[in-house]
Design a protein around this ligand. Structure first.
Ligand SMILES: [Zn+2]
Length: 330
């Protein structure tokens, strides 16, 4: 299985690496080669401790103009989308709390207006960690009904060995919706819509129709195996179905902000979905033959995919475990 006993000094090395790599697309690439040498479940830690130990000092927030008044902010954690204009700043996701000052500084260079609204794509702490800081400055947080449900309670993410505490009340959304909602900010017609459980049970997609820009949240990890939160209803099949809802909105020119990874487009989203379909098919075939997860890991059924997809923050075996868990009862 994934878990094996490790010596204490190895633990320190691995844990240090984990602290560096967690939810960081820029650090993913640098540390994964080392992390992947160890086939382990990471130790259970309070995520606040992890974040406290993580060195955010060196993180730079990079501002990338998209189209018109829309921008992408890259730092650590989930990619941030920003709309600026006469109505103030609308931002999508807030990364980690220690980065809030840098994020505010980056936004102040593209707008002199206050941050009015913060839309969360889902509840994970690498997308909502800064919520409290922005809310304290007056931002109104918006998300799916299940965003507030999940943020109010602690979570165990077993595959990463993480215990996530409930969020503070100020970090919670003030406005939630169940299916679809529309905003008209800064002359952007923004449609936000929920998809059936995919990455979590509270995922939303944000579509700037006139600008042809889409923020997918973590329904799309560009170029790496995705984490899927099976503890709250996420599944490989749900991810595939969610992408089926996004693709009809896209054409050759669509700019796609993935939850993690570089700025993207329709073709890369299709490639990501094809990978998920391939993995799903192979795992289902194994399950149909009564194979266990251990059998499939031993057979290395994702070996040919690992070169392209396995250099992110999940090892091949971790992703196979997620896929197997999510498909065995489907
Ligand atoms: Zn996530």
């Amino acid at each position: 299985m994934l878990s094996k006993k490790i010596r204490f000094n190895s633990f320190l090395i691995i844990f240090s690496l984990f602290v560096l790599f967690v939810c960081s697309q820029s650090i993913f690439a640098k540390t994964t080669a080392s992390v992947n040498q160890f086939n382990v479940v990471f130790p259970v830690e309070n995520h606040n401790q992890i974040i406290a130990q993580q060195n955010f000092d060196k993180v730079e927030i990079k501002t990338i103009p998209l189209k018109g008044n829309l921008y992408l902010l890259e730092g650590e954690g989930g990619n941030i989308g920003v709309s600026v204009g006469k109505d103030g700043v609308v931002m999508i996701d807030s990364q980690f709390a220690p980065l809030s000052t840098k994020i505010k500084s980056a936004i102040s260079k593209i707008s002199d207006r206050p941050i009015k609204y913060l839309i969360n794509t889902h509840y994970h702490f690498d997308h909502t960690g800064g919520n409290e800081n922005f809310a304290n400055d007056g931002a109104i947080i918006i998300g799916h009904d299940n965003l507030i449900k999940q943020m109010k309670i602690p979570h165990s993410i077993k595959i990463l060995g993480m215990e996530i505490p409930a969020s503070p009340s100020n970090a919670l959304p003030k406005i939630t919706f169940s299916d679809t909602t529309h905003f008209s900010f800064n002359d952007n017609q923004i449609k936000a819509f929920h998809v059936a459980p995919a990455h979590t049970d509270g995922d939303i997609v944000i579509h700037f129709a006139d600008q042809n820009v889409i923020h997918t949240g973590d329904l799309f990890f560009n170029g790496i195996y995705p984490f899927i939160d099976t503890s709250v209803g996420g599944s490989v099949e749900g991810m595939i179905a969610a992408i089926d809802k996004i693709l009809p909105l896209c054409n050759q020119e669509t700019i796609i902000i993935p939850g993690h990874g570089k700025l993207s487009n329709r073709q890369e989203l299709i490639t990501f979905q094809e990978m998920l379909k391939t993995v799903s098919q192979r795992v289902k075939e194994g399950i149909a033959k009564n194979k266990t997860l251990e059998d499939l890991i031993k057979e290395k059924i994702l070996a040919d995919l690992d070169e392209k997809w396995g250099k992110g923050f999940l090892t091949s075996d971790q992703f196979l475990t997620i896929a197997y868990e999510s498909l065995k009862n489907s």
